[in-house]
Design a binder for this molecule. Structure first.
Ligand code: ADP
Ligand code: MG
Length: 349
């Protein structure tokens, strides 16, 4: 069991607009994959095409190297869990969970036995006779998950599964999702607009913007070296800066191995992580820039420092709480900011 998914030039056109635009990506079997991007970038459309709930305009979808593009959802071996759980309000949990087997013609005895197994798997065995309206948000989510799992899918597709939960429950349920995925060894594809959620869960994250894939990789690799200014801005914790104006001196030092020089000189930009910038030099090779403090904010483990460079570019840094001197650094003051040259991330695209 457990399936790999491959999208090959997969495209969805609505009203002459490509909302998913010839994307290519492979999801390894047994991995937890998060599809991450801002609202409207094409995440749900991509997921629905994988599920077979939405026709593909062009391109293909492969499941375990088998072309499933023209198959119905039930022929594919995928199961989808919807954002609002879509439980049947007039059915108890046992009937909700066993529903998929009922429509496949499985006898009552067998489907109830399997539904009870699934309810135990999601720790809901004692709620088998309750109706969805009698359950909390987290419990409803577990029932929806059990219902998706009962058909023994190779791939589980989850569209913003945690968005209906309060922040506390969201963190608890995301741990449960990951544990269940690991226990069952299934491939999960989880759509979210939250980079925090994607980073916490994903083996592989796929960052999308405007129907295209911006970057694919482990959360750590993406955070370490975002490919594009969009990714750096979207995942947060990074400054995207132009090597011009007060950073002009950087333009011949920031080297982008994959671009040609003419392009570099025209519009050279780079990113540097907010936690890699300090107010004290660590080495005489550090890059140093003058800045004015706009605001400081206490954020528990660190202070968030908003500054502006002499050329008007904004720059944000995180300063560890234990070394932050509120008397030396406050809004209106000028200071120098430092970061090691090797911490500069140049964009590959
Ligand atoms: P996301 O899940 O990333 O928020 P969606 O995949 O839902 O984005 O939508 C991507 C784009 O496709 C949006 O601009 C949306 O308005 C459009 N769209 C989605 N579904 C339809 C549809 N059935 N008809 C026309 N446009 C649609
Ligand atoms: Mg969506």
């Amino acid at each position: 069991m457990s399936g790999s998914i491959e999208l090959v030039q997969t495209t969805k056109v609505y009203d002459q607009v490509s909302v998913v635009d010839a994307i290519n990506v492979k999801v390894e079997k047994g991995s937890y994959c998060c599809l991450l991007g801002p609202s409207g970038c094409g995440k749900s459309t991509t997921l629905r095409m994988i599920a077979g709930h939405e026709a593909v305009t062009e391109g293909d979808i492969l499941l375990n190297d088998r072309n499933v593009t023209r198959l119905t959802p039930r022929q594919r071996g995928t199961a989808m869990m919807f954002q609002d759980y879509a439980l049947f309000p007039h059915m108890n949990c046992l009937d909700n969970v066993s529903y998929g087997l009922k429509v496949s013609g499985v006898s009552k005895l067998v489907r109830y036995e399997q539904a009870n197994e699934m309810l135990s798997l999601v720790n809901m065995a004692e709620h088998a006779n309750k109706f969805p309206g009698q359950l909390s948000g987290g419990q409803q989510q577990r029932i929806a998950l059990a219902r998706a799992l009962i058909c023994k899918p190779d791939v589980v597709l989850l569209d913003e599964p945690l968005s209906a939960l309060d922040p506390f429950l969201r963190i608890q349920m995301r741990k449960e999702l990951k544990q269940l995925q690991q226990k069952l060894g299934l491939t999960f594809i989880h759509v979210t607009h939250s980079q925090e959620e994607a980073f916490a869960l994903a083996d592989q994250a796929i960052v999308m913007s405007r129907g295209k894939i911006e970057q694919v990789g482990s959360p750590r690799a993406i955070f370490e070296s975002p490919n594009t200014p969009f990714v750096a801005n979207f995942i947060g914790g990074h400054n995207v800066l132009k090597a011009s104006g007060s950073l002009e001196f950087l333009s011949n030092r920031v080297v982008n191995p994959d671009s040609d020089d003419a392009l570099l000189e025209a519009n050279l930009s780079f990113s540097v992580r907010a936690d890699h910038i300090t107010t004290q030099p660590r080495s005489d090779k550090d890059i140093v820039v003058k800045a004015d403090v706009i605001s400081t904010e206490f954020q528990a483990q660190f202070y968030l420092l908003e500054c502006v460079l002499e050329d008007g570019q904004s720059i944000t840094c995180y300063q560890p709480e234990e070394s932050f001197d509120v008397h030396l650094i406050s809004s209106g003051k000028s200071l120098y900011l430092y970061w090691p040259q090797e911490r500069i991330n140049t964009f590959r695209c």
